[in-house]
Design a protein around this ligand. Sequence first.
Ligand code: SAH
Length: 344
Amino acid sequence: MIDLKDFSYKELEDFLVDMGEKKFRAAQIFKWLHLGVTDYDEMTDLSKALREKLRQISYVSVLEIEQKFVSKLDGTVKYLFRLPDGNCIESVVMRYHHGLTICISSQIGCRMGCRFCASTIGGLYRSLTAGEILNQVIFAEKDMGERISNIVLMGIGEPLDNYDNVLKFIHNVNNEKGKNIGLRHITLSTCGVVPGIYKLADENLPITLTISLHAPNDTIRDSIMPVNHKYKIAELIEACKYYTDKTNRRLSFEYSLIHGVNDSIKNADELARLVKPLRAHVNLIPVNKVEERDFKKGSREEINAFLERLTERGVNATIRRELGSDISASCGQLRKKAREITEE
Ligand code: SAH
């Protein structure tokens, strides 16, 4: 059986034409899918016969809300969604002055192994399909009853390790017949899968690319991010240059400040040297505590001193505002808990 949400728009058209239907049916079905309709009988502009035919060879996938947490501090909503195969993923909806942003997952687990990250602890279970990635937007929006205008691929998983499905998702969610979310409102975050960055650059899409750098030199990066054994910082920066030249989009770097590991003033100087030629923005994130990991954040003063040093060196940097801190909104932690409970 085929999940209709795993088709690109063109594939959906071809599928319908092969069934002996007219092409325009694709637009009708695509619209319903993106509205979160899951029962063919609710697709009221399709004939009964077509609905029946569709039911026999395809299905509309769903995500169930397993748990939902609403932050009392800032209204951030965190969903633990259950997939039809029993696995759980997380998505977080944040409220900014320009609208709702959803942070979504691209895989169940992750095989990148970053030492400070909760998502990677059990390794990779599997990648999400294009439909499953999209469903997070569809079902969060349906539940919130409000339009989601921005998407960040910064939840569980490494999006460039699930390249084809992520790309299909981006095109589908951008399609004006569906959610119509502008490419400039979509951000993809990667730990630095270099070949994926080149490939993405060649797609020439005006999405925003964010690199999880977290270290200013190879010694530190090797010790906290195994991906660095494969692609060194120099290669990563080279790929970033290619990306900005090709797409004319400025990129940004994520830098989690881990006390005693990467947060000295010397590290700030090294970081400034690295990112300045790219005119990139640096997002500083005081590292979130993960139970199994022994990483701590520095004091407010230390974090501010790091920021000030970067600014003095001419780098455009900010400290990431922590949202939903009362519901542990940063990804990976809830799914891990849910797995532990199911496995007990
Ligand atoms: N795999 C992608 C996207 C998922 S992680 C990537 O690496 O970019 C989303 C962001 O959260 C990344 O920048 C990641 O490094 C960061 N992150 C993971 N665990 C963290 C923690 N404990 N504290 C702060 N940031 C963390």
